[in-house]
Design a protein around this ligand. Structure first.
Ligand SMILES: [Fe+2]
Length: 179
């Protein structure tokens, strides 16, 4: 069922402002290598996921997938964080921007340390997220289950504002956001 993976959300946000902020943010390449040592990677993935972990570990396209985390102090970002907390309670939420360049393939993975996330796609044409156990799901603004194996293949530049939720399961967050 699609709702086990993605819950579409009708949140108010200012796309133009988010796009402007995404322009100001300083990006650095996101590679699994910069985040986890080989030992940490072994600890966090069980045997069945090992192949996937290897793939993820070797994602090291220096310019294709970028993360920007300097988003504190922006009113629109703070507002969206506060809105989410008003729905979910006191959770650890980390606002981030991502840019995935045209034709870059982000291989199958589960997000590291992130249970679920509210994703807002800021580009006009949005590539779908592809779940191993479901297939393609198109969305614009949605709660995403980041602990189900997924990948993203995009043929346009993909700009994403993401509120990473570190400590609440997808199912719990989804039911609270629906109300
Ligand atoms: Fe992901």
């Amino acid at each position: 069922m699609e709702s086990n993976f993605v819950t579409h959300l009708d949140i108010e946000y200012n796309e133009d402002v988010l796009l402007m902020i995404s322009d100001e943010v300083k990006y650095k390449p996101f590679t699994a290598k910069t985040r986890l040592t080989e030992e940490e990677m072994r600890d966090r993935f069980d045997k069945s996921d090992k192949k996937m972990a290897q793939k993820n570990f070797f994602f090291d396209d220096k310019n294709g997938w970028l993360i920007g985390e300097t988003v504190k102090g922006y009113e629109e970002v703070n507002r969206l964080v506060e809105y989410t907390k008003s729905k979910l309670g006191d959770v650890d939420i980390r606002p981030r921007f991502y840019v995935q360049k045209k034709d870059v393939f982000v291989p199958e993975h589960k997000d590291i340390g992130t249970e679920c996330a509210i994703n807002i796609l800021l580009s006009d044409d949005c590539a779908p997220i592809t779940y191993k156990d479901f297939g393609d799901i198109y969305y614009k603004c949605a709660l995403i289950n980041t602990q189900e194996t997924h990948c993203v293949n995009t043929d346009v530049e993909r700009i994403l504002f993401k509120l990473s939720i570190m400590d609440m399961k997808y199912e719990t967050a989804a039911s609270r956001l629906r109300n």
